[in-house]
Write a protein that binds this ligand. Structure first.
Ligand code: GUN
Length: 283
């Protein structure tokens, strides 16, 4: 039997509409809109598309979008100066520095300079620490979107066996923390794992975030499992995920498509985080 397709576009549209209603209340109460500053360094075409989409979604939700496009030659010090300015700007509630940054820039220094309470990406060590210790904070957008999609299939995730494939700071690690917060039994597999697919085969929930097209075969999916595919890989045949979708959908109980799955949720969670940051700052 073919899996239920988890419609990320529809879930994201619903979240965006809820955020837009929250923005209206915020404006009525505070007399200003929440503001998101996005910083793009260089000319990477994929990053330029993401930044354009983020700006559009921000404005559509009724928020202010401040875009800073800087040349490839921008130095770490220049970026630190800009971040300091945005940290001190009362109209800016959220700051996002688009990754990857050029190789000559100290990306960690830049990310750590962002005020944790404006860190809508949730990448600052303070927010990573808050997540790991169960404190409230800003949570990385992609893993948060994955949890929201999982909840549409499993309203209660407690006790389920979850395997996260990939251990990046942006997705894999925070994803594992969020699943743990939901009381899943969590395994993280990665490029040095001895037999990653043996773990995947046991999982009720699989989150794939490795950035390799079609890396996870249908044969690695347990029948009836829920599969969240974070991969967005550009190939000659278009955008494909990290999971062999055609094979996996014949085995899984539910699966996200690429495109139209995790991608739209990431941006919706970004505007959600911006509203959360603005509300927290407003007290
Ligand atoms: N580049 C790819 N994904 C992301 C993300 O979630 N946030 C930022 N800032 N850059 C990215």
């Amino acid at each position: 039997m073919s899996a239920t397709i988890i419609d990320g576009k529809a879930i994201a549209a619903d979240l965006r509409a809820r955020v837009a209603r929250g923005v209206t209340v915020f404006r009525d109460q505070l007399g200003r809109a929440p503001g998101l500053a996005v910083v793009l360094v260089g000319e990477d075409p994929a990053s330029a598309v993401y930044v354009r989409n983020k700006g559009r979604s921000t404005r559509e939700a009724g928020m202010e979008s401040f875009e800073h496009r800087l040349p490839d030659t921008t130095t770490t010090d220049e970026l630190l100066e800009l971040v300091a300015r945005l940290n001190g700007d009362p109209a800016v509630d959220g700051i996002l520095v688009q990754l990857p940054l050029p190789a000559h820039v100290d990306a960690q220094a830049v990310l750590q300079a962002i005020d944790p309470d404006k860190d809508v990406d949730g990448f600052h060590p303070v927010n990573a620490g808050r997540l790991a210790t169960g404190l409230d904070g800003l949570v990385p957008c992609t893993p948060l979107g994955c949890i929201m999609m999982l909840r549409t299939v499993h309203p209660n995730l407690a006790g389920l066996d979850a395997v996260v494939v990939g251990r990046s700071n942006i997705v894999g690690k925070p994803m594992a923390q969020l699943l743990l917060r939901e009381s899943c039994t969590v395994t993280v597999v990665h490029s040095r794992s001895r037999d990653a697919f043996a773990h995947v085969r046991q999982a009720d929930i699989v989150v794939a975030a490795v950035g390799i097209p079609g890396f996870i075969p249908g044969s690695a999916i347990k029948p009836g499992a829920t599969v969240i595919d974070v991969g967005i890989n550009r190939t000659d045949t278009g955008l494909v995920g990290d999971v062999d979708f055609a094979a996996a959908r014949e085995v899984a109980g539910a699966i996200t498509p690429v495109p139209g799955g995790v991608g739209p949720m990431t941006i919706a969670c970004l505007i959600r985080n911006t509203l959360v940051a603005a509300s927290l700052r407003a007290g």
